[in-house]
Design a protein around this ligand. Structure first.
Ligand code: SF4
Length: 61
């Protein structure tokens, strides 16, 4: 599984960082940065992807 983030779609809500802070961070503009494309905590990554309000996040199985 691989985590992907479309930085052009991200609206900087930051929910992903709250849900899976070891997988996602935000840059100075609040736009998502993927810290770990292959996270150990798959459940948290899935939850973050499901909860992203902009649909910027996805999982490649
Ligand atoms: S939850 Fe979605 S919109 Fe919010 S910072 Fe993360 S990727 Fe961007």
């Amino acid at each position: 599984m691989r985590v992907r983030a479309d930085r052009d779609v991200c609206i900087g809500a930051g929910l992903c960082v709250v849900t899976a802070g070891e997988v996602f961070d935000q840059d100075d503009d609040g736009i998502v940065v993927v810290l770990d494309e292959h996270p150990a905590d798959v459940a948290a990554a899935r939850e973050a992807v499901a909860n992203c309000p902009s649909g910027a996040l996805s999982l490649e199985e």
